[in-house]
Write a new protein. Structure first.
Length: 417
C-alpha cells in the first residue's frame, strides 16, 4: 500500500468537522460514542480572529478530559487550527482537583467553572469508577449580559443553574446520586471559588421522555447572592425583585426569594452579586424540582466597568429576561435543550422520545448542534408540528415537537458482574 493510500485510509478513520463551533459537545459525544473526530479550520479566518487556532480554555477542557480518561489521543497542529481526537476509556476520578482559572489575560478569556462541568455531566454516567469526586477551582459565576442564543459553544453556566436546573433534570433519567456543593463563591475577574462534584455511576440509565403538553408552573423561587459586598445591596435587589414579580405577573402565583451572603475566606477574591430565578410546578411530582432558569451576574462593582449594574437595574434585567424565557419555553429553557437532547440520544436503540418546544427555541445554534449530533451518532432527528400527532389539540401554532431516536449507548467501561 502506497503512502498516499495509507494517508487517505487514516483520514477516513476520523469524522471531519469544521470550525470551533460546539467544541465541548463534539469532544464529549465523540468520547461517549467512541468515534474519533478531526476538527479543522479552528478560528483560521484572520479577519475575524486576532488569535487564530484553538483557545486556551479549550486546551484546559482537553486537559480535564485527559485526566478522567485512559488512552485518549489528542493531537493539535502547529498552527492550532486542526485537532485530532481519538477517544479512550472513561475512567473517572476519585480525588481530582482541577483549577479552571487563567491568570494571564494574554492566554485569552477565563471561563467559569460551569463551562467545564456542563459537558462533564454527560460523561460521568459512563465512568469505570463507581464513585467520582472532582473539585473545581475558579470563577463560580460570570456575567451573561453578552449571552447570545445564536452564538457558538461559549456559554458560561453559573453554579446555581447547574444545581437547580441540570442536576434535577438528570435525576429524571435515573442518575440519582449526584450533587454539586459550593464551598466558596468566586466572581470575575479574580475568581477564588470552589465547587465539589460528587457522582455515582448508575446501574441503569433510562433516558426516555414523552412530553407533548406545556408544563403549568405555579411557583417562582429565587436566590439573591453576593460576596464581598454590603448586605444592603442584596436587600435592595430582593426588594426590587419582589416588587416586579408581584406587579408584572397577572396570574396569582406564589414566589419565594432567598438571600445568600458570603463573607470572609469563602467569598472569593473579587466582589460581585447575582440573581438566580426558577419557576417550578409544586403539584406535579415528576416536575417538582425542574425549573426554567435565568441568571444575570454582575462581575465587578467598579463603576467604570461596562458590566456594572446598580442593584435595582440588575433585578429588572433578570426578571424581564426570566419572564421572556418562560413565555418562549413550554417545557425547558432554551439553553438547556442541547444538554437534554444529548441525554435523549442515550435511550435504548429504536426507542423514541418526544419533547415539546416553541418555534422561537429553534435557533441557528440549535440547528447546527443537531447536525453535529446526527453526524457523530449517525442518527436522524425529526422536528414536527404539534398537529401531526393524533389526539392532541393544536391550540397554538407556535409549538413544535422534537422526536429523538435512541442510539443504544451503553456503559462499556464497567465490567458486568
Amino acid at each position: 500500500m502506497s503512502e498516499k493510500e495509507k494517508t487517505s485510509k487514516k483520514q477516513s478513520d476520523y469524522l471531519i468537522l469544521e470550525t470551533e463551533f460546539n467544541f465541548r459537545y463534539r469532544i464529549v459525544l465523540s468520547l461517549i460514542y467512541n468515534r474519533p473526530i478531526k476538527i479543522v479550520k479552528i478560528r483560521n479566518d484572520l479577519n475575524e480572529h486576532l488569535n487564530p487556532g484553538i483557545a486556551f480554555h479549550e486546551i484546559k477542557f482537553l486537559r480535564l478530559i485527559e485526566k478522567i480518561t485512559n488512552g485518549t489521543y489528542i493531537e493539535i497542529s502547529q498552527t492550532g487550527t486542526q485537532l485530532i481526537f481519538k477517544p479512550g476509556i472513561i475512567i473517572g476520578s476519585k480525588n481530582l482537583t482541577f483549577d479552571t482559572f487563567i491568570e494571564d489575560k494574554e492566554f485569552g478569556e477565563c471561563k467559569s467553572i460551569g463551562y467545564y462541568i456542563e459537558p462533564l455531566l454527560l460523561i460521568l454516567p459512563f465512568t469505570k469508577h463507581r464513585e467520582n469526586f472532582i473539585t473545581f477551582k475558579g470563577i463560580t459565576s460570570k456575567s451573561d449580559t453578552k449571552y447570545n442564543k445564536n452564538s457558538s459553544d461559549e456559554s458560561d453556566l453559573a453554579c446555581d443553574t447547574l444545581r437547580f436546573n441540570y442536576l434535577p433534570l438528570m435525576e429524571k433519567f435515573g442518575i440519582m446520586d449526584i450533587s454539586l456543593t459550593i464551598f466558596k463563591r468566586g466572581s470575575f475577574p479574580l475568581g477564588g471559588g470552589e465547587l465539589k462534584l460528587h457522582t455515582k455511576t448508575p446501574t441503569s440509565f433510562t433516558p426516555n421522555l414523552q412530553i407533548l403538553d406545556p408544563i403549568k408552573f405555579d411557583k417562582i423561587m429565587g436566590i439573591v447572592y453576593g460576596n464581598r459586598i454590603a448586605p444592603s445591596i442584596i436587600q435592595r435587589i430582593d426588594k426590587e425583585l419582589k416588587r416586579i414579580v408581584g406587579s408584572e405577573l397577572k396570574m396569582p402565583i406564589e414566589y419565594q426569594i432567598m438571600q445568600d451572603q458570603w463573607k470572609g475566606e469563602n467569598s472569593g477574591n473579587s466582589p460581585g452579586y447575582g440573581v438566580f430565578l426558577q419557576i417550578i410546578n409544586s403539584k406535579q411530582k415528576q416536575w417538582s424540582k425542574f425549573a426554567v432558569t435565568s441568571e444575570i451576574t454582575v462581575d465587578s462593582l467598579n463603576s467604570n466597568d461596562v458590566h456594572y449594574k446598580i442593584p435595582e437595574e440588575l433585578a429588572q434585567i433578570a426578571t424581564y429576561k426570566f419572564l421572556n424565557e418562560i413565555k418562549d419555553a413550554p417545557v425547558v429553557n432554551t439553553s438547556t435543550l442541547p444538554f437534554l437532547i444529548s441525554l435523549l440520544y442515550f435511550n435504548k436503540e429504536g426507542n423514541l422520545s418526544r419533547l415539546l418546544v416553541s418555534k422561537k427555541q429553534i435557533t441557528p445554534y440549535l440547528i447546527k448542534f443537531l447536525r453535529d449530533i446526527n453526524l457523530i451518532f449517525n442518527n436522524k432527528i425529526l422536528i414536527k408540528d404539534l398537529s401531526d400527532f393524533e389526539g392532541l389539540d393544536d391550540e397554538s401554532k407556535d409549538y413544535l415537537v422534537i422526536v429523538v431516536k435512541g442510539s443504544g449507548v451503553l456503559n462499556t467501561n464497567r465490567k458486568v458482574t
